[in-house]
Design a binder for this molecule. Structure first.
Ligand SMILES: C[S@@+](CC[C@H](N)C(=O)[O-])C[C@H]1O[C@@H](n2cnc3c(N)ncnc32)[C@H](O)[C@@H]1O
Length: 293
Protein backbone atom coordinates (compact mmCIF):
# COMPACT_ATOMS: atom_id res chain seq x y z
CA UNK A 1 0.00 0.00 0.00
CA UNK A 2 1.26 3.47 -0.90
CA UNK A 3 1.42 5.68 2.21
CA UNK A 4 0.76 9.29 1.20
CA UNK A 5 3.34 11.85 2.38
CA UNK A 6 2.87 15.17 4.19
CA UNK A 7 -0.88 14.61 4.44
CA UNK A 8 -1.65 17.13 7.20
CA UNK A 9 0.54 19.74 5.59
CA UNK A 10 -1.22 19.26 2.22
CA UNK A 11 -4.68 19.42 3.80
CA UNK A 12 -3.75 22.67 5.54
CA UNK A 13 -2.15 24.01 2.37
CA UNK A 14 -5.21 23.35 0.22
CA UNK A 15 -7.39 25.30 2.67
CA UNK A 16 -10.29 22.88 2.09
CA UNK A 17 -13.72 24.42 2.30
CA UNK A 18 -17.30 23.09 2.08
CA UNK A 19 -18.65 23.18 -1.47
CA UNK A 20 -15.11 23.45 -2.85
CA UNK A 21 -13.85 21.78 -6.03
CA UNK A 22 -10.32 20.41 -5.90
CA UNK A 23 -7.96 18.64 -8.29
CA UNK A 24 -5.69 15.80 -7.26
CA UNK A 25 -3.47 15.86 -10.36
CA UNK A 26 -1.57 12.71 -9.34
CA UNK A 27 -4.30 10.54 -7.86
CA UNK A 28 -2.08 7.43 -7.65
CA UNK A 29 -3.77 5.07 -5.22
CA UNK A 30 -6.01 7.84 -3.90
CA UNK A 31 -4.43 8.39 -0.48
CA UNK A 32 -4.44 12.20 -0.56
CA UNK A 33 -7.93 12.39 -2.09
CA UNK A 34 -9.33 10.08 0.55
CA UNK A 35 -7.76 12.23 3.26
CA UNK A 36 -9.29 15.38 1.71
CA UNK A 37 -12.80 13.97 2.06
CA UNK A 38 -12.06 12.74 5.58
CA UNK A 39 -10.90 16.20 6.64
CA UNK A 40 -13.72 18.08 4.88
CA UNK A 41 -16.67 15.80 4.02
CA UNK A 42 -18.58 18.73 2.49
CA UNK A 43 -16.19 19.06 -0.45
CA UNK A 44 -18.28 19.04 -3.63
CA UNK A 45 -15.96 17.29 -6.07
CA UNK A 46 -12.39 16.09 -6.35
CA UNK A 47 -11.13 15.51 -9.87
CA UNK A 48 -8.51 12.77 -9.67
CA UNK A 49 -6.11 12.60 -12.61
CA UNK A 50 -3.34 10.12 -13.26
CA UNK A 51 -1.48 9.03 -16.37
CA UNK A 52 -1.25 5.43 -15.12
CA UNK A 53 -4.45 3.52 -15.83
CA UNK A 54 -3.48 0.59 -13.57
CA UNK A 55 -3.06 2.93 -10.59
CA UNK A 56 -6.43 4.48 -11.38
CA UNK A 57 -8.14 1.08 -11.22
CA UNK A 58 -6.92 0.70 -7.65
CA UNK A 59 -7.93 4.25 -6.73
CA UNK A 60 -11.37 3.58 -8.23
CA UNK A 61 -11.88 0.62 -5.90
CA UNK A 62 -10.55 2.46 -2.85
CA UNK A 63 -12.69 5.55 -3.41
CA UNK A 64 -15.86 3.79 -4.62
CA UNK A 65 -17.73 4.91 -1.48
CA UNK A 66 -17.45 8.55 -2.55
CA UNK A 67 -19.75 7.93 -5.51
CA UNK A 68 -19.93 10.77 -8.01
CA UNK A 69 -18.01 13.19 -5.82
CA UNK A 70 -14.72 11.75 -7.10
CA UNK A 71 -14.21 12.06 -10.85
CA UNK A 72 -11.44 9.75 -11.99
CA UNK A 73 -9.83 10.82 -15.25
CA UNK A 74 -7.01 9.05 -17.07
CA UNK A 75 -4.84 11.92 -18.22
CA UNK A 76 -1.71 13.98 -17.84
CA UNK A 77 -2.02 16.87 -15.35
CA UNK A 78 -0.61 19.16 -18.02
CA UNK A 79 -3.97 18.88 -19.80
CA UNK A 80 -5.98 20.20 -16.85
CA UNK A 81 -7.20 23.39 -18.60
CA UNK A 82 -8.74 21.31 -21.42
CA UNK A 83 -10.21 18.82 -18.94
CA UNK A 84 -11.91 21.54 -16.90
CA UNK A 85 -13.29 23.05 -20.09
CA UNK A 86 -14.60 19.69 -21.32
CA UNK A 87 -16.21 18.94 -17.94
CA UNK A 88 -17.86 22.35 -17.81
CA UNK A 89 -15.97 23.39 -14.68
CA UNK A 90 -14.52 26.88 -14.53
CA UNK A 91 -11.74 27.46 -12.05
CA UNK A 92 -11.10 25.31 -8.98
CA UNK A 93 -10.31 25.99 -5.32
CA UNK A 94 -7.11 23.99 -5.08
CA UNK A 95 -4.73 21.73 -6.99
CA UNK A 96 -2.38 19.11 -5.59
CA UNK A 97 0.51 17.48 -7.45
CA UNK A 98 2.42 14.74 -5.62
CA UNK A 99 4.88 14.00 -8.37
CA UNK A 100 7.07 10.99 -8.77
CA UNK A 101 6.30 7.33 -8.43
CA UNK A 102 3.85 5.44 -6.25
CA UNK A 103 4.90 2.40 -4.24
CA UNK A 104 2.58 0.39 -6.48
CA UNK A 105 4.50 1.43 -9.60
CA UNK A 106 7.82 0.76 -7.94
CA UNK A 107 7.01 -2.58 -6.38
CA UNK A 108 4.05 -4.12 -8.16
CA UNK A 109 3.71 -2.77 -11.69
CA UNK A 110 6.28 -5.15 -13.24
CA UNK A 111 7.62 -2.31 -15.42
CA UNK A 112 11.23 -2.30 -14.27
CA UNK A 113 11.19 0.84 -12.09
CA UNK A 114 13.09 -0.86 -9.28
CA UNK A 115 16.70 -2.03 -9.32
CA UNK A 116 15.78 -4.65 -6.70
CA UNK A 117 13.59 -6.59 -9.15
CA UNK A 118 14.19 -8.50 -12.36
CA UNK A 119 11.58 -7.10 -14.72
CA UNK A 120 11.46 -5.90 -18.32
CA UNK A 121 13.17 -2.50 -18.51
CA UNK A 122 10.17 -0.43 -19.51
CA UNK A 123 9.60 2.40 -16.96
CA UNK A 124 6.69 4.01 -18.81
CA UNK A 125 4.04 5.39 -16.49
CA UNK A 126 1.46 5.10 -19.23
CA UNK A 127 0.78 3.95 -22.76
CA UNK A 128 1.07 7.49 -24.13
CA UNK A 129 4.86 7.27 -24.19
CA UNK A 130 6.45 5.19 -26.93
CA UNK A 131 10.13 4.97 -25.94
CA UNK A 132 11.05 2.60 -23.11
CA UNK A 133 14.06 2.64 -20.79
CA UNK A 134 15.40 -0.41 -22.67
CA UNK A 135 15.20 1.57 -25.94
CA UNK A 136 17.25 4.34 -24.34
CA UNK A 137 19.98 2.18 -22.80
CA UNK A 138 20.35 0.09 -25.94
CA UNK A 139 20.18 2.82 -28.60
CA UNK A 140 21.19 6.27 -27.31
CA UNK A 141 24.69 7.40 -28.31
CA UNK A 142 27.10 7.16 -25.36
CA UNK A 143 27.47 10.94 -25.05
CA UNK A 144 23.70 11.38 -24.84
CA UNK A 145 23.40 8.57 -22.32
CA UNK A 146 26.13 10.21 -20.22
CA UNK A 147 24.35 13.59 -20.30
CA UNK A 148 21.04 12.01 -19.41
CA UNK A 149 22.44 10.13 -16.39
CA UNK A 150 24.46 13.14 -15.25
CA UNK A 151 21.66 15.70 -15.64
CA UNK A 152 18.57 13.81 -14.52
CA UNK A 153 20.34 11.54 -12.04
CA UNK A 154 22.87 14.11 -10.75
CA UNK A 155 25.28 11.15 -10.95
CA UNK A 156 29.00 11.94 -10.82
CA UNK A 157 29.91 8.55 -12.31
CA UNK A 158 27.72 9.08 -15.38
CA UNK A 159 30.55 8.76 -17.90
CA UNK A 160 31.77 5.46 -16.49
CA UNK A 161 28.26 4.08 -16.22
CA UNK A 162 27.44 5.00 -19.83
CA UNK A 163 30.71 3.43 -21.02
CA UNK A 164 29.92 0.18 -19.17
CA UNK A 165 26.41 0.15 -20.57
CA UNK A 166 27.91 0.59 -24.04
CA UNK A 167 30.29 -2.35 -23.54
CA UNK A 168 27.48 -4.55 -22.25
CA UNK A 169 25.01 -3.71 -25.01
CA UNK A 170 27.60 -4.52 -27.68
CA UNK A 171 27.66 -8.07 -26.30
CA UNK A 172 23.87 -8.36 -26.11
CA UNK A 173 20.92 -6.02 -25.56
CA UNK A 174 20.16 -5.04 -21.96
CA UNK A 175 16.63 -6.22 -21.31
CA UNK A 176 15.88 -6.22 -17.59
CA UNK A 177 16.13 -3.99 -14.53
CA UNK A 178 18.38 -6.52 -12.79
CA UNK A 179 20.83 -6.58 -15.73
CA UNK A 180 21.07 -2.80 -15.72
CA UNK A 181 21.39 -2.62 -11.93
CA UNK A 182 24.29 -5.05 -12.00
CA UNK A 183 26.11 -3.12 -14.77
CA UNK A 184 25.78 0.14 -12.81
CA UNK A 185 26.78 -1.56 -9.55
CA UNK A 186 30.02 -2.75 -11.16
CA UNK A 187 30.68 0.56 -12.95
CA UNK A 188 31.00 2.56 -9.71
CA UNK A 189 34.16 1.72 -7.73
CA UNK A 190 33.20 -0.14 -4.54
CA UNK A 191 34.81 2.39 -2.23
CA UNK A 192 32.45 5.05 -3.61
CA UNK A 193 29.28 3.02 -3.02
CA UNK A 194 26.98 5.00 -0.76
CA UNK A 195 25.83 3.40 2.48
CA UNK A 196 22.51 5.22 2.20
CA UNK A 197 21.36 4.41 -1.33
CA UNK A 198 21.91 1.62 -3.86
CA UNK A 199 24.55 2.56 -6.47
CA UNK A 200 21.94 2.25 -9.26
CA UNK A 201 19.43 4.62 -7.64
CA UNK A 202 20.46 7.73 -9.58
CA UNK A 203 20.73 5.98 -12.94
CA UNK A 204 17.26 4.48 -12.55
CA UNK A 205 15.87 7.86 -11.52
CA UNK A 206 17.46 9.50 -14.58
CA UNK A 207 15.98 6.98 -17.00
CA UNK A 208 12.52 7.20 -15.45
CA UNK A 209 12.54 10.99 -15.70
CA UNK A 210 13.67 10.85 -19.33
CA UNK A 211 11.22 8.13 -20.41
CA UNK A 212 8.26 9.99 -18.90
CA UNK A 213 9.49 13.51 -19.77
CA UNK A 214 8.82 14.35 -16.14
CA UNK A 215 10.66 17.68 -15.97
CA UNK A 216 9.06 18.95 -19.19
CA UNK A 217 5.65 18.04 -17.82
CA UNK A 218 6.34 19.79 -14.55
CA UNK A 219 7.57 22.98 -16.27
CA UNK A 220 4.53 23.05 -18.50
CA UNK A 221 2.20 22.38 -15.59
CA UNK A 222 3.69 25.29 -13.66
CA UNK A 223 2.81 27.56 -16.58
CA UNK A 224 -0.64 26.13 -17.19
CA UNK A 225 -2.12 25.27 -13.79
CA UNK A 226 -2.37 28.77 -12.28
CA UNK A 227 -4.99 29.70 -14.88
CA UNK A 228 -7.15 26.84 -13.54
CA UNK A 229 -7.31 28.33 -10.03
CA UNK A 230 -9.93 30.72 -8.68
CA UNK A 231 -8.54 33.89 -7.11
CA UNK A 232 -7.37 32.82 -3.66
CA UNK A 233 -7.12 29.17 -4.82
CA UNK A 234 -4.18 27.07 -3.64
CA UNK A 235 -1.47 25.19 -5.49
CA UNK A 236 0.36 22.48 -3.50
CA UNK A 237 3.28 20.68 -5.11
CA UNK A 238 5.21 17.82 -3.54
CA UNK A 239 8.46 16.90 -5.28
CA UNK A 240 11.05 14.29 -4.47
CA UNK A 241 14.32 15.60 -5.81
CA UNK A 242 16.22 18.81 -6.15
CA UNK A 243 15.75 19.32 -9.91
CA UNK A 244 11.98 19.25 -9.49
CA UNK A 245 11.97 21.43 -6.40
CA UNK A 246 14.09 24.02 -8.22
CA UNK A 247 11.59 24.14 -11.10
CA UNK A 248 8.67 24.60 -8.68
CA UNK A 249 10.46 27.23 -6.60
CA UNK A 250 11.43 29.38 -9.61
CA UNK A 251 8.10 29.02 -11.34
CA UNK A 252 6.21 30.18 -8.24
CA UNK A 253 8.61 33.05 -7.66
CA UNK A 254 8.43 34.31 -11.23
CA UNK A 255 4.68 33.92 -11.77
CA UNK A 256 2.86 37.24 -11.33
CA UNK A 257 -0.39 35.35 -10.76
CA UNK A 258 0.93 33.52 -7.68
CA UNK A 259 1.88 34.48 -4.17
CA UNK A 260 4.24 31.99 -2.47
CA UNK A 261 3.05 30.83 0.95
CA UNK A 262 6.19 28.83 1.72
CA UNK A 263 9.58 30.51 1.63
CA UNK A 264 11.35 27.23 2.26
CA UNK A 265 9.82 23.88 1.31
CA UNK A 266 7.92 22.02 4.02
CA UNK A 267 9.51 18.68 4.89
CA UNK A 268 8.29 15.69 6.84
CA UNK A 269 8.48 15.79 10.63
CA UNK A 270 10.56 13.12 12.41
CA UNK A 271 7.36 11.30 13.50
CA UNK A 272 6.34 10.86 9.85
CA UNK A 273 9.82 9.70 8.83
CA UNK A 274 9.67 6.99 11.46
CA UNK A 275 6.64 5.39 9.85
CA UNK A 276 7.26 6.36 6.22
CA UNK A 277 10.93 6.59 5.17
CA UNK A 278 9.82 7.50 1.60
CA UNK A 279 8.89 10.93 2.99
CA UNK A 280 12.60 11.62 3.60
CA UNK A 281 13.12 13.53 0.36
CA UNK A 282 9.60 14.97 -0.05
CA UNK A 283 9.38 18.76 -0.32
CA UNK A 284 6.09 20.64 -0.34
CA UNK A 285 5.68 24.16 -1.73
CA UNK A 286 2.42 26.06 -1.53
CA UNK A 287 1.24 29.11 -3.48
CA UNK A 288 -1.98 31.13 -3.55
CA UNK A 289 -3.52 32.61 -6.68
CA UNK A 290 -3.57 36.37 -6.21
CA UNK A 291 -6.96 37.99 -6.08
CA UNK A 292 -5.68 40.94 -8.05
CA UNK A 293 -2.72 39.83 -10.18
C1 LIG B 1 3.63 9.66 -5.67
S1 LIG B 1 2.32 9.02 -6.65
C2 LIG B 1 0.87 9.79 -6.02
C3 LIG B 1 0.32 9.10 -4.84
C4 LIG B 1 -0.99 9.66 -4.34
N1 LIG B 1 -0.86 11.02 -3.87
C5 LIG B 1 -1.58 8.79 -3.24
O1 LIG B 1 -1.75 9.28 -2.12
O2 LIG B 1 -1.83 7.60 -3.50
C6 LIG B 1 2.54 9.88 -8.14
C7 LIG B 1 1.54 9.56 -9.22
O3 LIG B 1 1.62 10.60 -10.19
C8 LIG B 1 1.39 10.04 -11.45
N2 LIG B 1 1.94 10.98 -12.42
C9 LIG B 1 3.23 11.32 -12.60
N3 LIG B 1 3.33 12.25 -13.57
C10 LIG B 1 2.06 12.52 -13.99
C11 LIG B 1 1.51 13.41 -14.97
N4 LIG B 1 2.29 14.19 -15.71
N5 LIG B 1 0.17 13.44 -15.11
C12 LIG B 1 -0.64 12.63 -14.35
N6 LIG B 1 -0.16 11.77 -13.43
C13 LIG B 1 1.18 11.70 -13.26
C14 LIG B 1 2.07 8.70 -11.39
O4 LIG B 1 1.53 7.81 -12.35
C15 LIG B 1 1.77 8.26 -9.95
O5 LIG B 1 0.64 7.45 -9.89
Amino acid sequence: MHVPVLVNEVLEGLNLSPGGIYVDGTLGLGGHSEAMFQRCPEIEIVLGLDRDSEALEQARRRLAGLGNRIWIIHSNFVDLPEILFAEGIGQVDGILLDIGLSSFQLEKSGRGFSFTRDEPLDMRMDGFETVTAADMVNHLPVTQLTDLIRTYGEERWAKRIAARIDEARKRRPIRTSAELASIVYRAIPKRFHSRRIHPATRTFQALRIAVNKELDNLKLAMQRLPECLKPGGRLCIISFHSLEDRIVKHAIRQDQRLEPLTKKPIMAAPEELEVNPRARSAKLRIARKKTDP
